[in-house]
Write a protein that binds this ligand. Structure first.
Ligand code: 13P
Length: 274
């Protein structure tokens, strides 16, 4: 199955009422687990390289890892840059072979966010790559607080930038370690009333599993980003792997034991969006 763009997986999701998982990758083991999970479920997957991942591993290496997995996968795989903060970073990702970039201008004033996102959309589209933008601000648990997306700003943002997917702030928060009380359906409805762009929910870990599928079916939400939930599964698997045999010191032997439990957790996440 080919490496595909974000639009190639989100447009069918929009049409048929489901969402695709954007899974936060930190290393080879979790990328392998996520791809194996997608194959086991027969579903597409978006492999995401966010700021934490890029701090650890250079972008060209990540692009090669994603592309290698995608090329032998039996399901569509998107190689996605998550939270790119500059034009340079997004262009580097495009040049390295990512098929989708997210430009996050959500901390900037509205007009600047629109102008910079529009320029990156143009650069991405020239290269046959998709672009996701963010309007409103999705905050962080125990960190910056959110600013809810205003529907009139979302309408302007979508039409003036030409983004392929729009991340919105509707009660979602990054880094939640347990389920929240859920998303603001009235705000989602008000946003989709003024724009047909596929909607993205960051901070998917905090969205109750039952609400993920329900909203994917009934609204324009087509992508949930999930990181924390799977990093917790990895952490637990790693502690077990390390504790299993005190004499074991080979890094690869220890890390290999994380793949199966993380695959299991990722399969659950993938299923929760249908
Ligand atoms: P969580 O880690 O809260 O699931 O959020 C992931 C995310 O939104 C990455 O962009």
């Amino acid at each position: 199955m080919p490496l595909v763009t974000l639009s190639q997986v989100l447009q069918p999701a929009l049409r048929d009422g489901y969402a695709v998982a954007g899974l936060v990758c930190l290393g080879w083991e979790d990328m392998c687990a996520y791809t194996a999970a997608a194959e086991a479920e027969g579903l597409p997957v978006i492999l995401q390289a966010g700021p934490g991942c890029r701090e650890h591993t250079p972008l060209p290496v990540l692009a090669a890892m994603f592309r290698t997995l995608a090329e032998s996968a039996e399901v569509p795989v998107v190689a996605h840059l998550d939270h790119g903060y500059t034009m340079e970073e997004c262009v580097q990702a495009i040049d390295c072979g990512f098929t989708s970039v997210m430009f996050d201008g959500s901390r900037k004033p509205l007009q600047q966010n629109i102008d910079e996102t529009a320029a990156i959309v143009q650069a991405a589209h020239r290269a046959g790559v998709s672009c996701e933008g963010e309007i409103g601000f999705v905050g962080y648990a125990q960190g910056e607080s959110s600013a809810g997306t205003e529907p009139n700003e979302a309408q302007r943002f979508a039409s003036e930038t030409g983004v392929d997917a729009m991340a919105i702030s509707v009660g979602n928060v990054h880094l939640q370690q347990s389920e929240s009380s859920g998303l603001d359906i009235n705000r989602i409805n008000a946003i989709e009333a003024v724009s047909e762009v596929p909607l993205v929910i960051h901070g998917g870990s905090g969205v109750p599993a039952a609400q993920r599928a329900e909203l994917a079916r009934t609204t324009n939400i087509c992508k949930y980003n999930v990181g924390t939930e799977l990093r917790m599964a990895f952490g637990e698997a790693l502690r077990t792997a390390v504790g299993t045999d005190a004499d074991r010191f080979d890094r690869n032997a220890i890390l290999k034991d994380t793949i199966e439990p993380v695959t299991k957790a990722a399969r659950q996440v993938l299923r929760s969006m249908r």
